[in-house]
Unconditional design. Structure first.
Length: 710
């Protein structure tokens, strides 16, 4: 049965599905675009806030751990005797240098249980780092001294009374009995807020000797937050659990001077609407800030505009308990997305209208000859390139038919010329391959030349090492060893005997390779030159050496430098100068003494003038005593699990093998380090020097010892 109601005109069948598809596609694209945009904004905001919060958390961890590390350094100095609590002149200069070394530190001091006090810091405008002292010679008042560039005290700037034992920071540290923090406080004279890391000082019998403390400026936290790329109008701020601001990223400071007094601001009434509203929202949500114990992501409205908030509790092991809050307006991300969505919808509607009109017109003209065009296309697909399409009254379809006919001829011609083109491309590839082979040959030649140059420098390094004859010194047993991690190492050691004075030198140039090797050769030449002209004064010796190498490094346009220790031995006494790793003294009975060289010098070639940093100490060696020098090559040697060898294990090996000869001790050290490293790659140079005092004219035996290792 012929049911005409089921039949449609061709143009209707073409246009109606096309319109429905366009409408559905436009609607779906618009909806998905908006949904995906909103989800992307939420994800992006969360990622941004998490990143900002994590970076702030890390900054607080690093920044606020520094004062406690300084306290630990000073406690170690007190316990090892390097810092005498009774020597206020030495302690004042020591703290004065530390404050200058740590820019963010405001004051370093200690107060003794009997009320005496010594400290250095910056709390008088225009005076730089000053020294405060309260002792018998200051008549029971705090005397504030001006200090010159050499660390010498000048005139007294002022006197003022103070009772440090009754102060809050002293009482808090004594009560805690361990490292802790004071409350955040302000200094009105220079308008800043700070927090002090304090720690009690105990005698060996457990008696409280006093309290040591380091004041840390908090303004740099604000500088860090302002440098974070939150968003165009987002904020990040840090506050205490009572709402008092520590720092924030807005242009408004977290504290200000009011009527001569430094006043802190609460986030709840801060002169920044976004920070104030965010703090109030958190308080309303959790009742009080103390109840925020884990990270929360929130959203809230300000004047009808959505905002994202991430609040992250931060605390450390010493008692600080703060909140890191990041807030970002949704508009910072949605503005461009909404504009793009509106543009997309508008373009889709325009395209829909154009497609509708074009479809109606096209359908009317195509319905007649469409079958002929389709048949012609199928014949061409079957390979009949001679196919001829009949002409049509429609110009477009007539041109299409002519194009089909022309295409057949072009395809035939393309098939005929394809083989020639393949041959031409093959020849081009062969030519390119020849060029690659030539370049590879040149590269091999360059590698061989560079390897030869590095080998020359390596041979030069080996040639200038002290030979076995030079190590034969009456009254001493010496052995040396050096192995570079790369073709050219950056380690240096030497043994020079001039007019009865034995000079030992050991150094470590930063990095490896050609530059480090050349700087090592320069250092050896300069040390030998100064030794030959009988320059024994450590300050003049190291200052002249530093100036020479500094100017050469500047000429090389290099950033290399080296640590260097110089030891002079004569008649049983050894003087030590220069900054390097610890110097190990091993006594005949097995005791180990570790000498810190940090305050005996300064890295060579890093600064033009280091004379003021150079000092020396003198050690007496009895028969059978020895010296151990080393750099980070041994203690930082890692096994396959990244575990370092360590100074303690090195000292244990030295003590266990002290009765052996220098050569045997050296080999025992090398064997133990190699066992620790195992199959792990060696990343640093290894250098070893062993020295021990023996009787004059007696052959070297198993009592010789000393190690220098890099």
């Amino acid at each position: 049965m012929n049911n005409s109601s089921l039949k449609f005109p061709l143009h209707t069948a073409l246009i109606l599905p096309f319109i429905l598809q366009i409408v559905a596609a436009v609607g779906l694209v618009g909806y998905l675009s908006l949904r995906n945009g909103q989800q992307a904004v939420t994800d992006l905001a969360n990622q941004l806030m998490t990143e900002v919060s994590n970076r702030t958390n890390q900054q607080l961890n690093d920044y606020l751990s520094m004062p406690h590390r300084i306290n630990q350094i000073n406690i170690d100095a007190i316990e090892t005797g390097l810092l005498n609590l009774e020597n206020f002149d030495l302690a004042g200069r020591y703290f004065w240098k530390q404050v200058q070394a740590f820019n963010n530190v405001g004051f370093i001091s200690y107060a003794l249980a009997d009320g005496r006090f010594i400290g250095a810091g910056k709390h008088i405008p225009g005076e730089g780092v000053i020294i405060d002292e309260l002792s018998a010679r200051t008549n029971g008042e705090v005397a504030t001294y001006g200090v010159n560039k050499q660390g010498d005290r000048g005139k007294v700037l002022r006197f003022h009374p103070d009772d440090f034992v009754a102060s809050a920071w002293y009482i808090q540290a004594a009560k805690a009995g361990k490292p802790t923090w004071t409350s955040v406080y302000s200094v009105d004279e220079i308008n800043f807020i700070a927090v002090e890391a304090v720690r009690p000082i105990y005698a060996k019998n457990g008696k409280l000797l006093g309290v040591i403390g380091v004041d840390l400026h908090l303004s740099n936290i604000t500088n860090f937050l302002r440098d974070l790329n939150v968003s165009s109008s987002g904020r990040v701020f840090v506050m205490e659990r009572d709402g008092q601001l520590i720092a924030n990223s807005s242009s408004q400071p977290s504290f200000a001077k009011v009527n001569g007094k430094t006043q802190r601001f609460s986030a709840l009434d801060f002169n920044d609407q976004l920070i104030q509203t965010t703090a109030q929202t958190l308080k309303n949500r959790f009742s009080n800030f103390q109840r925020i114990r884990e990270r929360h992501t929130l959203s809230f409205q300000i004047q009808g505009q959505p905002h994202f908030v991430l609040v992250h509790p931060w605390q450390d092991e010493f008692g600080l308990n703060w909140l890191i809050v990041t807030v970002v307006p949704e508009s910072d991300f949605m503005g461009q997305i909404n504009a793009n969505t509106r543009t997309t919808i508008g373009l889709c509607l325009v395209a829909l209208m154009i497609a509708l009109l074009s479809g109606i017109v096209t359908a009317r003209w195509i319905t007649g000859p469409i079958e002929r065009i389709t048949q012609a296309s199928e014949d061409m697909a079957d390979g009949n390139l001679e196919q001829q399409v009949k002409h049509s009254r429609l110009v477009e379809l007539d041109k299409l038919g002519n194009s089909f006919n022309s295409m057949a001829g072009q395809l035939k011609e393309s098939f005929e010329t394809l083989e020639d083109k393949v041959k031409e491309r093959t020849a081009e590839l062969a030519s390119a391959n020849d060029e690659i082979i030539t370049l590879n040959k040149r590269l091999k030649e360059d590698n061989l030349r560079m390897g030869a140059e590095l080998d020359v420098v390596r041979q030069m390094q080996q040639m200038i090492l002290p030979n076995a004859y030079e190590l034969e010194i009456d009254g001493l047993d010496i052995a040396g060893y050096m192995d570079a991690a790369d073709e050219v190492g950056g380690d240096y050691y030497d043994v020079l005997n001039t007019d009865g004075v034995v000079t030992l030198g050991i150094g470590d140039v930063t990095g490896h390779g050609l530059e480090s090797g050349i700087l090592m050769l320069m250092a050896q030449t300069a040390v030998r030159t100064l030794n030959e002209i009988r320059e024994l004064d450590p300050v003049r010796f190291l200052d002249a050496l530093n100036r020479t190498l500094y100017k050469n490094v500047q000429r090389m346009n290099s950033e290399k430098s080296l640590t260097l220790a110089i030891l002079n031995y004569s008649e049983g006494r050894v003087s030590i100068s220069g900054q390097h790793e610890e110097t190990i003294i091993v006594r005949n009975a097995g005791q180990i003494e570790r000498i810190d060289t940090m305050d005996l010098g300064f890295p060579i070639a890093l600064d033009e003038d280091i004379a003021e940093f150079i000092s020396q100490i003198s050690i007496e060696l009895q028969l059978g005593d020895g010296i151990v020098l080393y750099t980070d090559g041994i203690p930082e040697a890692e096994d396959i699990n990244k575990k370092q060898y360590g100074v303690e294990r090195m000292c244990e090996v030295i003590s266990q093998n002290r009765h052996l000869s220098a050569q045997e001790i050296k080999q025992a050290m090398i064997d133990d380090v190699r066992r620790h490293i195992g199959t792990q790659k060696v990343f640093d140079d290894i250098t070893l020097l062993v020295l021990k005092r023996t009787e004059l004219g007696v052959e070297k035996d198993s009592q010789s010892q000393a190690v220098a290792l890099v």
